[in-house]
Design a protein. Sequence first.
Length: 243
Amino acid sequence: MIGFIDSGVGGINVLSECSKIFNEDFIYLCDNKNAPYGNKSKKKLYKITKNNIDYLIKKYNVDIVVLACNTLSFCVGKRIKKEYSIPIILMQMNENKINKLKKDVLFFATKNTIKNNKIIQDKLKNNANYFALYIKNLPKMIDNNLNNLNNLKKILKKHLKNKKYSNIKTVVLGCTHFRLIKKQICDILKNVEFYEYEKDVAILASRYVKCKPYSTYEIKLTSYDYPLYVELKCYMNNCTNRD
């Protein structure tokens, strides 16, 4: 069994890419109790992540855990990996692919990801045509507006309609939630391309699994929220082409 951890819906995009490559028993832990992750300290994120991994191991006997969240991966991922005997898969940007992106490039992520991702920091420091943007609590807002993401257009426009972003050619989606708002971003920035790396993570995870005849899927929330559970279930079904 392979477990996925994220604060909301975003990590389902990683699970979806995994389901396209291999069959497994998938358990998705939506840590809505501690959402959002983007503005929490490393100390707090480490404690949260360790508790959630221990829960998945004890309750579901998972063989692999995917931190399907950029914030967790870049803030505490390396430390966490050293503490477990089972594989812990992290979100990882490919610097070679980043270097080949059409300029200008916008890193669109959480505050913690921008601050703790070495690739992002190096590019921002040494290149005038790389930019970074975070919108406070945007992943949580996406979770709260899954049935109508156009509700977020106003706040997206407020931040993206900035002169310094007028020549953006590529948007690096540095949060797994942001795949859900690609259309809204395109409506504002027009002809942009996206760099996403959920598929790369899925390929990495595939090295550790023994494919099964079919897949099973389960969702667990850390705090009871039936409407959110229904939305997550619906999105997972759509992503994995299940009835």
